[in-house]
Design a protein around this ligand. Structure first.
Ligand code: NAD
Length: 290
């Protein structure tokens, strides 16, 4: 039997419609417009597409967007100066640094320069610490999107075994903390993990965030498991076009899993929806509206 497809595009559209109404109400009541600033550096083509899409979606829901773009050879100083300007700008409520940055740049140093109250992806140590302590102020966007999709399919996640492939600060680590709060039991796997297929076969929830196309095969999945595919891998075709592939072999796994996210159209749109929600949340915090 084929798995339920967890349609991230449709869910994200619902979240954005609700958010757009909320933003109109905030404008009427308080005469304020939420603002998101995105910093991008380098020639990474996919990043240019992602940032353009984020700007477009800001406009759709009524968020004012600001963009700062730097050349591949930019310096830390240039980016840090821009972050300080955005930190000081009262029209900017959320600041996002689009990853990946050019290799010579220290992404930690750059993220740490963002005012924690404007850290829209929740990656500043202060915000990650709050999440760790179980009192999150702002939750990283991709894990938040993953949790929304999971909850739509199954309200109560208590006691389920989740195997998360990938231990990055962007996805795997914060998602571990969120699922712990849901009373799941977590195994976090990474590139040095042994017996990965056997581990995955035990999972009630399997999350693939390795950046490795079609890593998870049908034989790795327990029948009925919920499979979230976070991976985005752009594969070039001979004719110059390209396709997006996830970390899960979708055709194989959809025949075994109970539910699965597609790529594209699964976790990606939910990440952007969470980014827009977080911008509004930060604004309401900054202005003391909640
Ligand atoms: P990362 O490179 O920082 O981390 C990858 C992790 O996967 C590491 O912990 C590594 O140990 C592990 N890993 C790599 N190969 C592995 C293997 N063969 N077996 C087991 N573990 C392995 O990457 P990231 O930033 O966490 O992103 C992961 C993937 O998710 C990428 O494809 C990225 O494009 C995608 N991503 C998607 C979204 C979205 O919105 N859908 C958001 C962020 C990242």
């Amino acid at each position: 039997m084929s798995a339920v497809i967890l349609d991230g595009r449709a869910s994200a559209a619902r979240i954005k419609r609700k958010l757009a109404h909320h933003i109109v109400a905030l404008q009427k009541q308080h005469k304020i417009v939420p603002g998101l600033a995105v910093i991008r550096a380098g020639d990474h083509q996919a990043s240019q597409v992602y940032v353009a899409s984020k700007m477009q979606q800001c406009q759709e829901v009524g968020i004012q967007s600001f963009q700062a773009t730097f050349k591949e050879k930019t310096s830390h100083e240039e980016i840090l100066e821009q972050i300080h300007r955005f930190n000081a700008n009262p029209q900017v409520h959320g600041i996002l640094v689009q990853m990946p940055l050019p290799r010579h740049l220290d992404s930690e140093k750059i993220i740490h320069a963002i005012d924690p109250l404007k850290d829209v992806d929740g990656l500043h140590p202060e915000n990650l610490g709050a999440l760790m302590a179980g009192v999150p102020r702002i939750v990283p966007c991709t894990p938040q999107g993953c949790l929304s999709l999971l909850r739509q399919y199954r309200k109560n996640l208590k006691g389920l075994l989740a195997v998360i492939i990938g231990r990055s600060i962007l996805v795997g680590k914060p998602l571990t903390l969120l699922l712990l709060q849901e009373n799941c039991t977590i195994v976090i796997a990474h590139s040095k993990t042994r017996h990965l297929p056997e581990l995955c076969r035990q999972a009630d929830i399997l999350v693939a965030a390795a950046g490795h196309p079609c890593l998870v095969k049908g034989s790795w999945v327990k029948p009925g498991a919920i499979v979230l595919d976070v991976g985005i891998n752009r594969m070039a075709n001979k004719d110059g076009t390209s396709d997006l592939l996830g970390d899960v072999d979708f055709e194989e796994v959809k025949e075994i899993a109970g539910a699965i996210t597609p790529v594209p159209g699964g976790v990606g749109p939910m990440t952007v929806a969470a980014l827009l929600q977080n911008t509004v949340k930060l604004m309401t915090h900054q202005l003391g509206l909640i």
